[in-house]
Design a protein around this ligand. Structure first.
Ligand SMILES: [Fe+2]
Ligand SMILES: [Fe+2]
Length: 138
Protein backbone atom coordinates (compact mmCIF):
# COMPACT_ATOMS: atom_id res chain seq x y z
CA UNK A 1 0.00 0.00 0.00
CA UNK A 2 2.87 2.39 0.81
CA UNK A 3 5.52 0.66 -1.27
CA UNK A 4 8.96 0.91 0.28
CA UNK A 5 8.49 4.27 1.96
CA UNK A 6 8.99 3.91 5.68
CA UNK A 7 5.97 5.27 7.52
CA UNK A 8 6.35 8.11 10.00
CA UNK A 9 5.27 7.21 13.51
CA UNK A 10 5.70 10.58 15.17
CA UNK A 11 3.55 13.28 16.66
CA UNK A 12 4.35 16.26 14.45
CA UNK A 13 4.09 19.96 15.30
CA UNK A 14 0.78 20.43 13.44
CA UNK A 15 -0.78 17.57 15.40
CA UNK A 16 -0.61 19.29 18.78
CA UNK A 17 -4.00 20.12 20.28
CA UNK A 18 -2.57 22.56 22.80
CA UNK A 19 -3.47 20.78 26.04
CA UNK A 20 -0.36 19.12 27.48
CA UNK A 21 -2.09 16.11 29.05
CA UNK A 22 -3.97 15.30 25.85
CA UNK A 23 -0.92 15.89 23.65
CA UNK A 24 1.08 13.58 25.91
CA UNK A 25 -1.56 10.86 25.62
CA UNK A 26 -1.61 11.26 21.82
CA UNK A 27 2.18 10.92 21.87
CA UNK A 28 2.04 7.75 23.97
CA UNK A 29 -0.53 6.21 21.59
CA UNK A 30 1.68 7.03 18.59
CA UNK A 31 4.60 5.39 20.43
CA UNK A 32 2.48 2.28 21.06
CA UNK A 33 1.58 2.05 17.36
CA UNK A 34 5.25 2.44 16.45
CA UNK A 35 6.13 -0.33 18.93
CA UNK A 36 3.53 -2.57 17.27
CA UNK A 37 5.01 -1.79 13.84
CA UNK A 38 8.58 -2.47 14.96
CA UNK A 39 7.72 -5.71 16.71
CA UNK A 40 5.92 -6.93 13.62
CA UNK A 41 8.92 -6.00 11.46
CA UNK A 42 11.12 -8.09 13.77
CA UNK A 43 8.72 -11.02 13.85
CA UNK A 44 8.09 -10.66 17.59
CA UNK A 45 4.84 -11.47 19.40
CA UNK A 46 2.28 -8.68 19.20
CA UNK A 47 -0.16 -9.42 22.01
CA UNK A 48 1.69 -7.34 24.63
CA UNK A 49 2.01 -4.35 22.28
CA UNK A 50 -1.70 -4.57 21.41
CA UNK A 51 -2.61 -4.76 25.13
CA UNK A 52 -0.59 -1.58 25.73
CA UNK A 53 -2.19 0.19 22.77
CA UNK A 54 -5.72 -0.72 23.90
CA UNK A 55 -4.97 0.47 27.45
CA UNK A 56 -3.59 3.81 26.26
CA UNK A 57 -6.50 4.44 23.91
CA UNK A 58 -8.98 3.55 26.66
CA UNK A 59 -7.33 5.93 29.09
CA UNK A 60 -7.12 8.70 26.51
CA UNK A 61 -10.77 8.26 25.50
CA UNK A 62 -11.82 8.68 29.14
CA UNK A 63 -9.68 11.78 29.62
CA UNK A 64 -10.59 13.45 26.33
CA UNK A 65 -14.32 12.78 26.59
CA UNK A 66 -14.33 14.13 30.14
CA UNK A 67 -12.64 17.24 28.80
CA UNK A 68 -15.15 17.59 25.94
CA UNK A 69 -18.13 17.29 28.27
CA UNK A 70 -16.70 19.63 30.88
CA UNK A 71 -16.13 22.31 28.25
CA UNK A 72 -19.37 21.71 26.34
CA UNK A 73 -17.49 21.17 23.08
CA UNK A 74 -19.90 20.79 20.15
CA UNK A 75 -20.18 17.45 18.33
CA UNK A 76 -19.64 15.25 21.37
CA UNK A 77 -21.93 12.44 20.19
CA UNK A 78 -20.12 12.03 16.87
CA UNK A 79 -16.71 12.30 18.52
CA UNK A 80 -17.66 9.68 21.11
CA UNK A 81 -18.94 7.36 18.38
CA UNK A 82 -15.62 7.61 16.54
CA UNK A 83 -13.70 6.77 19.72
CA UNK A 84 -15.99 3.79 20.34
CA UNK A 85 -15.51 2.47 16.81
CA UNK A 86 -11.72 2.84 16.93
CA UNK A 87 -11.49 1.19 20.33
CA UNK A 88 -13.76 -1.69 19.28
CA UNK A 89 -11.52 -2.35 16.27
CA UNK A 90 -8.41 -2.38 18.47
CA UNK A 91 -10.01 -4.69 21.05
CA UNK A 92 -11.04 -7.05 18.25
CA UNK A 93 -7.49 -7.07 16.90
CA UNK A 94 -6.06 -7.65 20.38
CA UNK A 95 -8.51 -10.52 20.97
CA UNK A 96 -7.58 -12.13 17.67
CA UNK A 97 -3.91 -11.85 18.64
CA UNK A 98 -4.65 -14.21 21.56
CA UNK A 99 -5.74 -16.95 19.18
CA UNK A 100 -3.46 -19.68 17.91
CA UNK A 101 -1.77 -18.91 14.61
CA UNK A 102 -2.63 -15.20 14.61
CA UNK A 103 -0.96 -13.27 11.80
CA UNK A 104 -1.49 -9.51 11.56
CA UNK A 105 -1.75 -8.12 8.04
CA UNK A 106 1.48 -6.24 7.19
CA UNK A 107 -0.06 -2.79 6.78
CA UNK A 108 -2.17 -2.70 9.95
CA UNK A 109 0.17 -0.51 12.03
CA UNK A 110 0.44 2.00 9.18
CA UNK A 111 -3.32 2.10 8.73
CA UNK A 112 -3.80 2.61 12.48
CA UNK A 113 -1.30 5.46 12.38
CA UNK A 114 -3.02 7.10 9.40
CA UNK A 115 -6.42 6.74 11.05
CA UNK A 116 -5.20 8.14 14.35
CA UNK A 117 -3.43 11.10 12.74
CA UNK A 118 -6.54 11.90 10.69
CA UNK A 119 -8.60 11.78 13.89
CA UNK A 120 -6.26 14.18 15.67
CA UNK A 121 -6.17 16.61 12.74
CA UNK A 122 -9.90 16.67 12.03
CA UNK A 123 -12.00 15.48 14.99
CA UNK A 124 -9.68 16.47 17.85
CA UNK A 125 -8.78 19.54 15.80
CA UNK A 126 -12.26 20.88 16.48
CA UNK A 127 -11.49 21.48 20.15
CA UNK A 128 -7.93 22.52 19.39
CA UNK A 129 -9.30 25.43 17.34
CA UNK A 130 -11.74 26.30 20.09
CA UNK A 131 -8.86 26.57 22.51
CA UNK A 132 -7.47 29.46 20.55
CA UNK A 133 -10.65 31.48 20.96
CA UNK A 134 -11.62 30.81 24.52
CA UNK A 135 -9.85 29.42 27.52
CA UNK A 136 -10.90 25.83 28.07
CA UNK A 137 -9.95 24.05 31.23
CA UNK A 138 -9.13 20.48 32.01
FE1 LIG B 1 -10.68 12.22 19.93
FE1 LIG C 1 -7.53 12.48 21.06
Amino acid sequence: MHGHIRPVFELREGMMVGFPELDEQHRSIVAAIRELFERQQQGMELKTALDALVARVQEHTRTEEGFLLKNHVAGFKDHHMRHTTFLAGLVDLRDRAEQEGFVMAPDVAELLMEYFVAHILTVDGSYSNLAQRRALTR
